[in-house]
Design a protein around this ligand. Structure first.
Ligand SMILES: NC(=O)c1ccc[n+]([C@@H]2O[C@H](COP(=O)([O-])OP(=O)(O)OC[C@H]3O[C@@H](n4cnc5c(N)ncnc54)[C@H](O)[C@@H]3O)[C@@H](O)[C@H]2O)c1
Length: 350
């Protein structure tokens, strides 16, 4: 029997690389994984150095917006699951330059959809066992007040160019199901934390700056609430949705760990033994959503998913990981991680 083949886009990023490691350690050599990533500033192949020698793993450097490259990959590999992480993902960058978010997150997604549709289609529908998973975010729902949760029925009301581009992509993915019966799911997850996150995001940034005694910028009053999930729990949810999710459905993913940004910063400072004096409040982010919180009861009841890592355990593990992997953090913060590709692949496309 052929091994199921996962085409993972954006697999050199934070969640994608955690997903690939999770899949290869769980399913060993009973699956194949292709990692399609263009290696933007957020793509770091060092994230995959533990597994990049495996014969059932392959990296392809390509842009999801490149029609020919994406078509070629589908033509030459019998892709069963396309798990789509590749995106511009940083809200602050989207406020500065929305265009690249539209290009990658919207046009890139359509490009992948078209290739998958073309190669999965039969005369009467789609080959069985195929699935496109759009990895999306709770940010597409907009902002909550002090009460309530996002469900899959909450209307999309994105506020930042990032979340607007993800919402647009989600609607296009859904439209391929509604129009063509294309086999897809969408996952919408809350904020992830864990190893290998690029240090422009809150948790690794705070660890990195605090260790260097640098100020810790905190937006506004620091009381914006995010719902945090350990990245491996997200990876497990995506795997379940890919294999067992009902085609056409959206699944919210979250761990009911609501915390204010300032609380996260203080937890990290306390565990590092650093002074709270490093906290520096800065002007609030434009259009800053106040609170996100996910109702994940659908994925729990339909697919039996439960988060396995409590916030207390996960944050401790995460801080320890960054401290132990100081070299990774330094390379990521300084840009030296870019040399890894040169070293490994000598600038040629493997
Ligand atoms: N980080 C979170 O907390 C979170 C939460 C929910 C959902 N998500 C979603 O999960 C996905 C992954 O997020 P992340 O935090 O790992 O992002 P990331 O920024 O760490 O990684 C993105 C990856 O995509 C690649 N990429 C970007 N543009 C590309 C292109 N045009 N072609 C090919 N590859 C390209 C980058 O090189 C990088 O490896 C995103 O779609 C994001 O919207 C993230």
């Amino acid at each position: 029997m052929n091994k199921p083949t996962f085409l993972t886009t954006g697999g050199a990023g934070f969640i994608g690389s955690n997903f690939i490691r999770f899949m290869l350690s769980n399913y060993k050599d009973s699956i194949k994984v292709i990692n399609l990533d263009s290696l933007t500033y957020a793509g770091n192949l060092e994230n995959l150095s533990e597994i990049d020698h495996l014969p059932n793993y392959r990296f392809i450097k390509a842009d999801i917006c490149d029609e020919q490259a994406v078509d070629y990959i589908f033509l030459n590999n019998d892709i069963d699951f396309c798990v789509h992480f590749a995106a511009e993902s940083h809200v602050d960058r989207s406020i500065k330059d929305p265009s690249v978010f539209v290009k990658t997150n919207v046009l890139g997604t359509v490009n992948l959809l078209n290739a998958a549709k073309k190669h999965w289609q039969t005369g009467t529908g789609f080959k069985s066992g195929k699935k496109f998973v759009q990895v999306s975010t709770d940010e597409v729902y907009g902002s909550l007040g002090a009460e309530g949760y996002f469900t899959e029925k909450t209307p999309l009301a994105p506020h930042s160019p990032y979340s607007a581009s993800k919402a647009s992509a989600d609607m296009l993915v859904q439209s391929y199901f509604d129009t063509y019966g294309f086999p897809m799911n969408i996952t919408r997850c809350s904020n992830n934390y864990g190893p290998f996150q690029f240090p422009e995001k809150l948790i690794p940034l705070v660890i990195n700056n605090a260790r260097a005694g640098k100020p810790l910028p905190v937006y506004g009053d620091g009381k914006n609430v995010r719902d945090w999930l350990y990245v491996e729990d997200h990876a497990r949810a995506i795997d379940l949705v890919a294999r067992k999710g009902t085609p056409g459905e959206v699944y919210n993913v979250g761990g009911h760990n609501e915390l204010q940004n300032i609380e996260i910063v203080k937890i990290i400072l306390d565990s590092l033994g650093s002074s709270h004096d490093l906290i520096t409040y800065v002007e609030d982010r434009l259009g800053h959503d106040r609170r996100y919180a996910i109702d994940a009861s659908k994925i729990k009841s339909e697919l039996g998913w439960e988060p396995e890592t409590s916030f207390g355990v996960g944050i401790k593990r995460t801080i320890e990981w960054y401290l132990k992997n100081n070299g990774w953090l330094k390379n990521a913060a300084s840009g030296d991680y870019l040399k890894y590709y040169e070293r490994m692949y000598g600038g040629t496309n493997p």
